[in-house]
Design a protein around this ligand. Structure first.
Ligand code: GLU
Length: 493
């Protein structure tokens, strides 16, 4: 029997997500349980959105959690490079192979043409999707277009009728009508592969035997299965894990819940407790015990024990479990040492000191000034949030709108944070300094503190947003109906 090899294949396009850690954990546990290997590959073919900072944050966060890979961009291995952007012309060669074998074709349609097509389909209530126009070109026309240097993509052929049937380790046979599957672009006009081509080629070349991934990829499976057939390769076993959910059952999203692993690190959760909690997402130990280590999980792992009901990521439950780990597993000396690793250290304090030093006369001033950097949600009252110039309703709305803007901010830098907050105040026709007055309290806990924008940069996006969300809740929250109304208003700004 071939050795089991699993992988995590994150795209470095944002903060390291809890979902990535959860999927990584299950792949790791599955591989180790079977004496196999778990590897890490970076899927950065989306050059516009991928950043080295995000890649570093993902690797650092997974390592912090105790997840280790035996091959990857940082540790190397026999199947490298493990970063798709460094894999040269591999994908183009495979795309050419598919074209030559008649499994894929060139498409010269411009984006205007495709937009017109979509508009026509929408207006006439037709199914939305590519209509196969590239296939209608004769070989001579195709050659002529290529000779003329007309930009083109490569698309895969998809049967127009019948049913695609594939197997999922948890769900058994899954059927999807071919008519629902688009003639996927495999190679973009710039020669870069899309996720589908790169993912299949690399899983094959890296000897991956089992793909455990989030259920949002189920709809990609028909394309992948067909690509494996076109290439004549065995397909890895597929296992689509249930998505993590917010306590209200909606898909875990940063709009409702901090989703970045770095937030949980900053909050002072122990990595082993967070990993333990992620292991409880849809899975349980044979004896149902809640607290277990990674080694215990690996020893007892059985993917068939994964339940498909959407697992709920509940911070209160996590805090309870974390408390058990702190109290039962750390003696006092370890407690001190782990607190130091967490925040009482040079790295953590270095950016804070320049902010507080100008206000410090003696060291006993430090904690009252800087305590909010080490806190989670601040203990604020409605009175403390009261604004001298603005009505509570205005404040609530301004905070919520600012929060939405901040959710879309990619680079968490103080100048950009400032620009967003100022811009939002102006858009809502309130004085920026009036909005800032409340933001000070929301973020730092007092009206007179260090620069709130510096503080937000240091606290990071998730902690800053969580505090704003907490303040909006303190001011009465946003009902579903109101959220809808405000969202409309917000989109129109
Ligand atoms: N790059 C994909 C992601 O960002 C990988 C999906 C898969 O595991 O196939 O999650």
């Amino acid at each position: 029997m071939t050795a089991i090899r699993t992988r995590i294949a994150p795209s470095p396009t944002g903060d390291p997500h809890l979902g990535t850690a959860y999927i990584a954990l299950f792949n790791l546990a599955f591989a180790r349980q079977h004496g196999g290997e778990f590897i890490l590959r970076i899927e950065d073919t989306d050059q516009e959105r991928s950043t080295p900072e995000s890649e570093k944050a993902i690797l650092d966060s997974l390592r912090w959690l105790g997840i280790e890979w035996s091959e990857g961009p940082d540790v190397g291995g026999p199947h490298g490079p493990y970063r798709q952007s460094e894999r040269g012309s591999i994908y183009k060669d495979y795309a050419d192979q598919l074209v030559n074998n008649g499994h894929a074709f060139y498409c010269f349609a411009t984006s205007e043409e495709l937009n017109d097509l979509r508009r026509h389909q929408t207006e006439n209530k037709l199914p939305i999707g590519y209509d196969g126009r590239g296939l209608a070109l004769s070989p001579t026309q195709v050659q002529q277009h290529l000779d003329d240097g007309i930009p083109h993509v490569v698309r895969m052929k998809i049967p127009r009728e019948g049913m695609c049937v594939f197997q999922d380790m948890l769900r058994g046979s899954i059927e999807i009508e071919w008519a629902q599957v688009d003639m996927q672009v495999l190679l973009k006009a710039d020669g870069m592969p899309t996720y589908h081509l790169a993912n299949v080629v690399d899983d094959h070349l890296m000897g991956i035997t089992h793909v455990l991934r989030g259920e949002e990829w189920i709809n990609s499976a028909p394309k992948h299965q067909l690509l494996y057939q076109y290439f004549g390769w065995d397909m890895p076993e597929l296992c689509h894990l249930p998505l993590l959910r917010n306590p209200d059952k909606s898909k875990l999203s940063k709009r409702k819940n901090p989703t970045s692993i770095m937030y949980y690190q900053r909050m002072g959760y122990l990595p082993e407790a967070l990993l333990n909690y992620l292991g409880r997402m849809g899975w349980s130990m044979p004896d149902e015990r809640e607290k277990f280590s990674l080694a215990e999980m690996v020893a007892n792992f059985d993917v068939n024990r994964v339940s498909l009901g959407g697992p709920i990521f509940d911070q209160d439950k996590l805090s309870w479990l974390n408390g058990l780990w702190i109290r039962e597993n750390l003696n006092d000396a370890e407690f001190i040492q782990r607190m130091q690793t967490w925040a009482i250290n040079n790295n953590f304090l270095a950016p804070i000191v320049p902010l507080i030093k100008p206000r410090v006369d003696k060291f006993s001033d430090v904690l009252p000034l800087a305590g909010f950097f080490l806190s989670g949600m601040l203990d604020l009252t409605q009175d403390e949030l009261a604004n001298k110039k603005l009505e509570p309703e205005q404040v609530r709305k301004a905070l919520q709108f600012t929060l939405w803007r901040l959710e879309a901010l990619r680079h968490w830098q103080k100048d950009d944070i400032f620009a967003i907050c100022k811009g939002m105040a102006e858009t809502l026709e309130i004085k920026p300094k009036d909005l800032f007055a409340t933001l000070f309290v929301v973020i730092t806990g007092t009206a007179n503190s260090v620069s709130v924008f510096d503080a937000m940069q240091i606290l990071g996006p998730d902690m800053s947003r969580a505090r704003i969300r907490h303040a909006v809740d303190l001011l009465g929250g946003v009902s579903k109906k109101e959220a809808k109304r405000w969202d409309k208003e917000y989109q129109a700004l």
